[in-house]
Design a protein around this ligand. Structure first.
Ligand SMILES: Nc1ncnc2c1ncn2[C@@H]1O[C@H](COP(=O)(O)OP(=O)(O)OP(=O)(O)O)[C@@H](O)[C@H]1O
Ligand SMILES: CC(=O)C(=O)O
Ligand SMILES: [K+]
Ligand SMILES: [Mg+2]
Length: 584
């Protein structure tokens, strides 16, 4: 509850129920109504098994009794596997109060102490992102060590992502340590040559071929519109340009070239992964990071190549996220999404290559394609940009965040807001508060879009698994279930349930740590590591018991349990089941 002196923010108007958010402590003032879940007597809903193409699908409804599990099974207590943040959130807000949208924070100098990282973790950071464009190998190594320490010693579950630098034409030197103003009509020299000391009106670009194919009359745009120059003369490999739209030139500003209102695509000459990127990738593999985000992906081959490389180098499964940040990537969106393990909509660089007014529709299109193909999608860049400087967001920023949540993006990302801004924790709490609000609204208004169900895989067993997950999500909504439990070794079942964006939270029990960390980016999924035995009934009974003894689930709660493979002692038949259990 917001104490006197705390900054309390209220959203009213359109929204029916008000909740007060305490920025300082990062908690909601009023818990989500548990009465949203109707009490159900599920005992009457008993249904038998039905045969589908050789595999057996069982649908059972029963009453879970605690009597069968002995309370002295101490070895299981530690195996609950909940992370500390979910546990607190669950105790405070109940099942429906758990946030669905995942949060990624870029780590930088403003938040790199163990203490800062712990505060971000406590504030709901699901994934820590290290941008390899900046800082040293030692700095990144230290960060990895700190995140691992927090996970191991403090019970957090924060996944690690590295983000490659990639190849892109940008400013190396513009003659000043920070921003330079370009006045209208001023003439500037663009070169790849390094220059010593101060040379006014000179810009050094990072790539020697930057002026290849560029003609007199073409335009150079800084950072997608910060300032614009017209090429007035070609001088060998260099360009003399006149400022036509005055503005600010930032260090490392991104350059794009335009002719007759169309982008002159130049990045095709640059490799998606440079030698430095390969070295950073080797670092990520050796540190056992969970995600590698690949900058400036231009086609599916680049993604497949990296995935193959990782599989030969790493025993651990590492997820490759393709960053969509070029026009070329948009042209090949489907194949890139299909080849990758997930997508980042890198709106920063995308806005350099496409007109800004197209970003919202492109974002909606990408999130839609990702959901169809069951790939997690991160919406990134400038979500709360003003908070790099100010302690509150603009209304427009909150609206932008809400829109990404309404589109059911899996995750939202902070960049400079957490990396260099003094209000990183506040920015994180704004993301948390805004997503929870929009999730509640979508649920209450029943705004869920009908998902056109692509079959994800052609084979029959996979289609059965898909259909089971789809049906489970529908059942969970229709029956007002409190929580969905899914037993999943590689995360596939959990991801397909998540793809349906059901109302109750999804607890994904897995025995693979890498599956757990990968599921951290999936909408609505709380991943837990447990010892999964072949006795699936035993697994289910044990996990319910563990939640109950820890006070996280109580009599009368209803849980929908989805399991994939239940080989029993007498038969090796593959069972796939949906069971509804009322805790008694
Ligand atoms: N590890 C770091 N060390 C120092 N500064 C950092 C670090 N990571 C990020 N920053 C700073 O935070 C800003 C925002 O970070 P972010 O990585 O999102 O931006 P970016 O460099 O523009 O992104 P990208 O290269 O992925 O397009 C950067 O411009 C940089 O100033
Ligand atoms: C995140 C990133 O790389 C971008 O927005 O360009
Ligand atoms: K990057
Ligand atoms: Mg980028």
């Amino acid at each position: 509850m917001a104490a006197v002196g705390d900054l309390a923010v209220k959203f009213g108007g359109l929204i029916k129920k008000e909740r007060v958010f305490d920025f300082k402590n990062g908690v909601f003032g009023a818990p989500t109504k548990r009465s949203e879940v109707c009490a159900l007597n599920l005992r009457k809903l008993r249904a038998g098994g039905s045969r589908i193409g050789g595999a057996q699908a069982v649908m059972q409804v029963g009453v879970e009794s605690d009597a069968g599990v002995s309370r002295d099974s101490k070895n299981l207590e530690g195996a609950l596997g909940f992370d500390v943040v979910t546990e607190v959130e669950l105790r405070e807000k109940g099942f429906l109060g758990l946030r669905k949208t995942k949060l990624v924070c870029t780590i930088g100098p403003a938040c790199c102490s163990l203490d800062d990282l712990e505060k971000l973790a406590m504030g709901g950071m699901n994934v820590a992102r290290l941008n390899m464009c900046h800082n040293t190998r030692e700095w990144h190594q230290d960060l990895v060590r700190k995140i691992n320490k927090l996970n191991e010693e403090k019970g957090f579950c924060v996944s690690l992502m590295i983000d490659t630098e990639g190849s892109q034409i940008h400013v190396v030197d513009h003659g000043a340590p920070s921003t330079v103003k370009a006045e209208e009509g001023s003439v500037w020299f663009f070169t790849n040559e390094k220059f010593e000391g101060s040379r006014p009106f000179t810009i050094q670009a990072n790539y020697e071929g930057f002026a290849e194919g560029i003609q007199v009359g073409d335009e150079i745009v800084f950072d997608g519109g910060m300032a614009t120059f017209k090429v007035v003369e070609k001088v060998g490999n260099d360009l003399r340009c006149k400022c036509t739209d005055p503005g600010l030139l930032l260090p490392r500003a991104k350059l794009s070239f335009w002719r007759d209102g169309k982008l002159v695509e130049k990045n095709y000459q640059l490799p998606t992964l440079s030698p430095k990127d390969w070295s950073d990738i080797d670092f990520g593999i050796s540190e056992g990071v969970d995600f590698i985000a690949m900058s400036f992906v231009n086609d599916a081959d680049a993604v497949t190549h990296l995935k193959n490389y990782i599989s030969t180098k790493s025993s651990k499964s590492i997820q490759v996220l393709a960053k969509i940040e070029s026009l070329e990537a948009l042209h090949k969106l489907h194949e890139i999404v299909a080849a990758s393990d997930g997508i980042m909509i890198a709106r920063g660089d995308l806005g350099v290559e496409i007109p800004l007014e197209q970003i919202p529709t492109v974002q909606e299109e990408i999130t839609y394609v990702c959901r169809q193909l069951n790939k997690p999608v991160v919406v990134a860049s400038q979500l709360l940009e003003s908070m790099v400087e100010y302690p509150t967001p603009t209304r427009a920023e909150v609206a932008d965040v809400s829109e990404a949540v309404r589109q059911y993006a899996d995750a939202l990302m902070l960049s400079g807001e957490s990396a260099i801004g003094p209000f990183g924790q506040k920015a994180l709490s704004v993301l948390r508060m805004t997503s929870s609000r929009m999730e509640l609204w979508s649920r209450e208004e029943n705004r869920q879009d009908i998902l056109f169900q692509h079959n994800l895989e052609p084979s029959l067993p996979d289609q059965i698994a898909d259909q089971i997950c789809n049906s489970a999500a529908a059942m969970a909504n229709n029956l007002g279930i409190d929580a969905i439990f899914v037993y999943t070794r590689h995360g596939q079942m959990a991801s397909v349930i998540s793809r349906n964006r059901p109302n109750p939270p999804i607890f994904a029990f897995t025995n693979e740590s890498s599956t757990r960390m990968a599921l951290n980016l999936r909408w609505g999924v709380t991943p837990l590591v447990v010892d999964l035995s072949d006795d699936m009934e035993g697994n289910i009974t044990r996990s319910v018991h563990l939640l109950k003894t820890n006070g996280l689930i109580k009599n009368g709660d209803t849980v929908l349990v989805v399991s994939d493979i239940i080989p029993t002692s007498t038969t090796q038949t593959v069972f796939q089941s949906i069971q509804v259990k009322t805790i008694a």
